[in-house]
Ligand binder design. Structure first.
Ligand SMILES: [Zn+2]
Length: 277
């Protein structure tokens, strides 16, 4: 593959999470993608469920959240959540938004992407199969996270996030580092013809790379990782700057929650990214 591959799995104080080697090498950010290992939740939420208001005990989720923040050296008061709706809107946030989500209700509505150029602002987005996109502009010191499910992917939220960073911070795609995190893989993400058709239209040039025959006639497998990687490459990000985790949330029941595998009855992982102070 022309893209870089592999996030690294880490354990710190009992909490397991994944990191992007290229991001770590810059020394500029605290970041990670959580797993299900290292928390206090039980049953289908076992154990590191970070989804608030998903039926799990709120005390357990808060304890899990504090543990995950501690593992990443992030002050929980510095975190910012948005309200994700499988859309393509990217919100700029800053110091004044810290605490929104955990300590007060977030008023950052209908945003599936968050970005900032300020230090000590920890962006947080939630997942249970959708694709987490991490962005780091090490030159202009700006970061972003976006939540790309299949709807976000065909709405090109990755390209829109990069374009928003260009407008807001002067980010140049050729200098940007990208991480495409653990999410449902081409092995497990099977769809019906209407969804495959949308991918075929948006990614006509790469149709044979991202759409494959499914397990039954009339079903198709979609490669969301490649769809996002190619979209960002087309924006001008060098393939070597794009790291694909290549970890399937549905296959790796030992590590991840999966909305599809667990039929909606499951926990959530988070992506967290912060410019260090
Ligand atoms: Zn899989």
């Amino acid at each position: 593959m022309e893209f870089s591959t592999g996030f690294e799995l880490r354990e710190r104080q009992g909490v397991w999470y994944c990191v992007i080697p290229s991001f770590e090498r810059t020394g500029l950010v605290s970041h990670g993608f959580s797993t299900r290992k290292g928390g206090v939740s039980t049953r289908q939420y076992g154990t590191l469920n970070l989804g608030f208001n998903k039926g799990d005990s709120s005390d357990a989720v808060m304890e899990n959240f504090l543990r995950f923040c501690r593992a990443l050296d992030v002050d929980p008061h510095d975190t910012v959540f948005s309200d994700q709706v499988h859309g393509d809107k990217v919100a700029v946030v800053g110091i004044g938004d810290r605490g929104k989500g955990v300590f007060k209700e977030s008023d950052i509505l209908q945003a599936d992407g968050l970005m900032t150029g300020e230090k000590q602002v920890a962006l947080v987005t939630f997942y249970a199969d959708c694709v987490p996109l991490f962005f780091l502009d090490p030159i202009r010191r700006a970061i972003a996270l976006s939540h790309a499910g299949w709807r976000g992917t065909v709405a090109c939220i990755g390209a829109k996030t990069l374009e928003s960073m260009r407008q807001q911070f002067g980010t140049r795609p050729e200098e940007c580092l990208i991480g495409i995190g653990p999410s449902i893989g081409p092995c497990c993400f099977e769809v019906d013809p209407p969804v495959a058709q949308q991918f075929a239209e948006i990614f006509a040039k790469y149709e044979d790379i991202i759409i494959k025959p499914g397990s039954q006639p009339g079903k198709y497998r979609i490669d969301l990782w490649m769809a996002n990687a190619l979209q960002l490459k087309e924006m001008g990000v060098p393939p070597r700057n794009i790291t694909v985790a290549g970890m399937c949330t549905s296959c790796r029941q030992d590590l991840f929650f999966s909305h599809r595998r667990d039929k909606g009855n499951t926990g959530r992982m988070v992506a967290m990214l912060m410019l260090k102070g």
